[in-house]
Design a protein around this ligand. Structure first.
Ligand SMILES: [Cu+2]
Length: 117
């Protein structure tokens, strides 16, 4: 029985250290995500606090096209930002009201969410 303890702990630590694929919690108010045409925005789910300034950076490694060319966050960031390979998108805002704010394209198709607690 004792023999198993260390390997199991090791496995647990490796699992914890693995990069989160679709979820991030704001610790510093600084969020970052990537963009690829294959996976869109990733991670795409964030949790932040009401009244705390947020800086969301998106680093596109592809250039988006068509419907998904631009990104915005209705209620938090109204100006659509183009997703262009190598051009970092920075959106800074301070959420004033709790809620689930969709990350969308310029036409409102959902591609993620920012949960304001
Ligand atoms: Cu669209």
């Amino acid at each position: 029985m004792k023999k198993n303890r260390i390997p199991l702990l090791t496995i647990a630590l490796i699992a914890l250290a693995a990069p989160a694929s679709s979820f991030a919690i704001a610790g510093t108010g600084s969020l970052s995500a990537g963009y690829t045409t294959a996976h869109d925005i990733s991670p795409n789910t964030f949790t932040v606090k009401t009244g705390e300034k947020v800086r969301l950076e998106i680093n596109p490694t592809d250039t988006a096209s068509g419907c998904m060319s631009d990104i915005m966050i209705p209620g938090l960031w109204e100006k659509p930002q183009p997703l262009i390979k190598g051009k970092k998108v920075v959106m800074e805002f301070t959420p004033q009201k709790p809620g689930a704010y969709k990350i969308t394209c310029a036409m409102g198709v959902q591609r993620g969410v920012i949960n304001v607690r």
